[in-house]
Design a protein around this ligand. Structure first.
Ligand SMILES: Cc1cc2nc3c(=O)[nH]c(=O)nc-3n(C[C@H](O)[C@H](O)[C@H](O)COP(=O)(O)OP(=O)(O)OC[C@H]3O[C@@H](n4cnc5c(N)ncnc54)[C@H](O)[C@@H]3O)c2cc1C
Length: 402
């Protein structure tokens, strides 16, 4: 069946010229430097340092950092398009963009003038690579329960604790660490070279296997007062929350990328695989799966665009929109990757095709930056608030009184 619609008719998003230009620039970069190597990154569980340098040299790591501090000063839509474009090829590299920009964003929002001047130019050029060290073996969703101890040590602070699952923890040079002072969760910036800081690579994860995820230990690390980010006691409610909000936004876009990759792989395979005398694309149950992936892809992209536009407009609804986008896009990406693998049959289970990578990567997206269950609990709050005034219309229906 031919719908008669040219591809441009299906582009609902109405991107501005500057965003269309950014999209083609990013696509060209990703096709050259990332896409051909993504399976190898996955297999070797490693991000080549040269690629990080190339990303930095092209200004992609500092894309959203203010121009005042040497960044690209680009808007949220452009950052989202970059995350989606990289995510379509490789979720591990997209995760680098995510954690790095989360740290820069938290410094931009909560840092002192001196902290911004010290760190943002280095993050913008990639001289410094940021990682968020929030989770611990016994503190994930419940971030406020972090146990890493931060105690006063003369004019400095001393950090003792263990962080786990830190994306790019193995290679990052600046950690945004949230530990516990007397006032409660508190954020500090800790440089990799700080004595007492050590990392251990975590291998064989189900997804984002090239993302240099590590456990990070702090054994009597001394950091100066000037590295305190934000106020003591507000390390989760302000600093980490700001970082996680941006993280949800770029993760959602990364999932749009996974959805598109699943759609493309499924169509390409269904167009060439035959069973029972016809191409599998003609079987109704295959069409059903492709229709679902297609719909989810477009819906997720529109939610991400809405989240980006609200963010660029500094609309407070951007927070809620990022959560909705992340929740929808990550769960949709898992469904799409599972269906895309199904469409590939046995080939989908093999390392010759990227389907198992897509499925593992998508599953991680349901766990990080506020798991699916945390979104399911919190989004209802937004809904209750938004519709607080609504009243049930059913009570006066005549049939009720019969
Ligand atoms: C590959 C990877 C990379 C990561 N990168 C980072 C990183 O860079 N920095 C960092 O700080 N952390 C990172 N994390 C950790 C991640 O943020 C946590 O895994 C996440 O917050 C969930 O915490 P948890 O794993 O401890 O699960 P838990 O919080 O123990 O939750 C276990 C299960 O219970 C559910 N659950 C929890 N609370 C509730 C509730 N109230 N209601 C209903 N269900 C609930 C969860 O959804 C989950 O299904 C990463 C994790 C992975 C896997």
């Amino acid at each position: 069946m031919n719908t008669g619609l040219a591809p441009e008719r299906l582009a609902l998003e109405h991107l501005a010229a500057e965003h269309l230009a950014a999209q083609s620039e990013f696509q060209e970069f990703v096709e050259r430097h990332i896409a051909p190597f993504a399976d190898e990154f996955h297999r070797t569980q490693r991000t080549p340092p040269e690629l990080v340098r190339t990303l930095a040299e092209r200004g992609l790591l500092g894309l959203s950092i203010s121009k005042e501090f040497g960044g690209g000063g680009r808007d949220a839509i452009t950052l989202g398009i970059l995350a989606g474009t990289i995510g379509r090829a490789c979720s591990s590299i997209r995760s680098l963009l995510t954690v790095h920009t989360m740290v820069a964003h938290a410094i931009s929002r909560w840092g002192s003038r001196a902290q911004k001047e010290t760190w943002l130019p280095k993050l913008a050029t990639g001289e410094c690579i940021g990682a968020l060290a929030l989770s611990e073996p016994n503190a994930g969703s419940d971030a406020k329960s972090v146990a890493t101890r931060i105690s006063s040590d003369g004019s400095d602070w001393r950090i003792d604790g263990h962080k786990s699952w830190i994306t790019y923890g193995e290679t990052a040079t600046l950690f945004l660490v949230v530990g516990r002072t007397e006032e409660g969760p508190t954020a500090f910036l800790v440089e990799r070279e700080t004595p007492g800081l050590s990392t251990e690579l975590i291998t064989d994860l189900i997804g984002i296997r090239a993302s240099m995820t590590a456990s990070v230990r702090f054994d009597g690390c001394r950091v100066p007062e000037k590295n305190l980010l934000g106020r003591r006691g507000l390390g989760v409610s302000q600093v980490a929350s700001t970082a996680l909000d941006l993280g949800r936004y770029t993760v959602a876009w990364g999932c749009v990328g996974i959805l598109e990759a699943c759609l493309e792989a499924s169509i390409a395979y269904a167009n060439q695989r035959e069973t029972f005398g016809s191409l599998i694309k003609e079987h109704q149950l295959i069409r059903r799966m492709i229709s679902n992936i297609f719909t989810d892809f477009r819906a997720a992209k529109l939610l991400c665009l809405e989240a980006g536009r609200l963010r660029d407009a500094k609309n407070p609804g951007a927070l809620e929109a990022a959560s909705v986008a992340k929740y929808f896009a990550s769960t949709a990406a898992v469904r799409a990757a599972s269906d895309a693998l199904q469409i590939h049959g046995a080939n989908g289970c093999s390392a010759d095709y990227p389907l198992q990578r897509y499925l593992g990567d998508a599953k991680i997206m349901e766990i990080i930056e506020g798991s699916t269950q945390i979104q399911q609990v919190t989004l209802a709050e937004y809904a209750y608030h938004a519709y607080a005034g609504v009243r049930s219309r059913g009570g006066n229906a005549p049939w009720r009184h019969r």
